[in-house]
Ligand binder design. Structure first.
Ligand SMILES: [Zn+2]
Length: 307
């Protein structure tokens, strides 16, 4: 009978309806929340949500950190917010230019929110937005419905401070890291930082062509100089700063030192990638997929840095 009804529904509407998406925010501190995405890749099943979203509730409105990879995820985030507060969403931050952080912008703009990103993130969104949206259409099929490109309405450069009633939020740029336009959201009163893609925990980070592993280590060090008591990463579970350092900083430093040594000893790229023992980081999810690829990229970066 159930199958019959589904077939009938398909026949009548001609479309498949994905079941409702319910997001479960985790309370990080009073009025501070995170939605932790899957540790693996973006899939149809996980709604492309393999990164973290967040929000801060104040008496002047709600600030959303990341709008998700689709209109559907943005809407589900808003539904989750409404279960916690009746305050309207007035600000939305895109911590970088990657699809999972900004393709839900259209939804929050329709609520009247100001959308803020770093100017470098905005540049990349404009250059690659169509390609990002097409990729998500292929991945998410009918779940992408309603998703359109909406670029940030305000850009920041080095720092920007927002006063949400009595709550202070600082947006800070530490230079090129995972991507050219990574931003962190710092709550100085609570000493909590949303590290964006400067911080990966529990899962292996990815060194990608538009990034810069040297800048990334420097950005991470500057982030830690804020002395956060708690870190919400871009990918992975929220954690104490020590764990964030181990999973992100120590791994990057290890890769860079190993690649530098190999280049100094005239070891080829192929031999280096084949022979370096990265097993101390095997506890990170996606190790098999990313370990060799990351070393490959870092080797090429260091080779370039030496000239
Ligand atoms: Zn990311």
């Amino acid at each position: 009978m159930r199958t019959f009804l589904i077939v009938l529904c398909l026949f009548l509407t001609g479309t498949v309806h994905a079941k409702e998406l319910i997001l479960q925010p985790v309370r990080v501190a009073e009025n501070v929340y995170a939605v932790i995405g899957d540790l693996g890749g973006q899939t149809y099943e996980n709604d492309g949500l393999n990164s973290n979203l967040g929000f801060v509730v104040s008496d002047a409105g709600v600030l959303v950190i990341n709008t998700g990879p689709s209109q559907r995820v943005a809407q589900a985030l808003h539904t989750a917010i409404k279960k916690i507060t009746s305050q309207p969403v007035k600000w939305a931050i895109n911590v970088n230019s990657q699809n999972h952080y900004w393709l839900g912008n259209t939804y929050f703009k329709s609520l009247g929110a100001v959308i803020i990103a770093h100017k470098e993130a905005d540049r990349i969104m404009r250059e690659t937005g169509e390609v990002q949206l097409d990729a998500n259409k292929t991945l998410l099929k009918e779940k992408i419905k309603g998703t359109r490109l909406t670029f940030p309405s305000e850009l920041m450069d080095e720092t920007r401070e927002l006063k949400l009633g009595g709550t202070i939020v600082q947006l800070i740029y530490f230079g090129r890291a995972h991507t050219p336009g990574d931003m962190v959201v710092w709550l100085p009163q609570q000493k909590i930082v949303y590290g964006g893609d400067i911080v990966f925990t529990d899962r292996m980070l990815a060194v990608i062509p538009i990034g810069d592993s040297k800048g990334w280590v420097e950005a991470f060090d500057k982030l830690m100089q804020l002395k956060p008591s708690f870190v919400v990463p871009g990918h992975g579970r929220s954690t104490a700063p020590e764990k964030a350092s181990k999973d992100t900083h120590d791994y990057l430093v290890y890769l860079r030192a190993a690649a530098k040594k190999a280049i100094d000893q005239a070891e080829t790229l192929q031999d280096t990638v084949d022979n370096l023992d990265q097993s101390q980081f095997k506890y990170l999810a996606n190790f098999d997929l990313l370990a060799k690829r990351n070393l490959n990229r870092v080797y090429l970066e260091i080779e370039k840095e030496s000239f």
